[in-house]
Design a protein around this ligand. Sequence first.
Ligand code: SF4
Length: 279
Amino acid sequence: MAVSSEIEWTEATWNPTTGCTKISPGCKNCYAETLTKRLKAMGQQKYKKGFQYIEHPSDVELPLTWRKPRKIFVNSMSDLFHERSTFEFTGKCFSTMIQADQHDYQILTKRPKRMAEFSELFFKYFGHKIPNFMWMGVSIENKNFVERINDLRKVRCHTRFISFEPLIGSVGKVNLKGIDWAIIGGESGHHYRPVEKEWILEIIEQCKKQNVAVFFKQWGGFRPKSGGRTINRRKFSEYPQINKRNSLKSIHFDEVAFAELCISNEARKLQQHNSITVN
Ligand code: SF4
């Protein structure tokens, strides 16, 4: 059975990894961390180590068991491109997505440099960019982190999105070239930081000018649904257009060969690092 979700812009969640580390102000009241504490207290085995980053091999093939096509948020409880993630394991997750290509996958990170690095390995192995039904995205909370969009543009993929949530400040003027979709949302929870209407409208206006689909998820507040999701008497519930799905199903994924590629990538990085240190 699929793990359904209450998150408005998705239909199910899949967490092949759990846990994370805070890296920017948007992480302050991390929803995944709060929920992890609750699930641990309830005795759920998967969360027994709390918010420590962990890969779960037993969950890697889960989407293959869900026949009905759905939008799947990958790692609502973690970050697939966390510093401690191994590209060997990430490769297996992508192999599952390639095989279960009836779904759309929404893969969101605050570590787009690592996402871009993985996409290079993906391209080397498959000879193609990451397919269009895998939507690759970054989270941005205010103008100090818009640089993540440039890193996202370096990801070798077809569909890109930005989650402006929790929006805790204005993002200012943003270049949305190559971006297909934007989610906008205020923070929720006991310690929520209120969002301002101008910050939301500023993003919507730029999306409209630059042909980016918009999904306004929530105003936020004490509870996620406290303020609703209407702005100026309107709801924005748009999604990116995926016209023809480009499947890579016919390309065999050999775990050992992909792992060798990952090892040679690490060796090359180490060599580069050493030559920089010596010089
Ligand atoms: S990157 Fe995401 S999951 Fe990780 S701590 Fe920050 S908000 Fe939480």
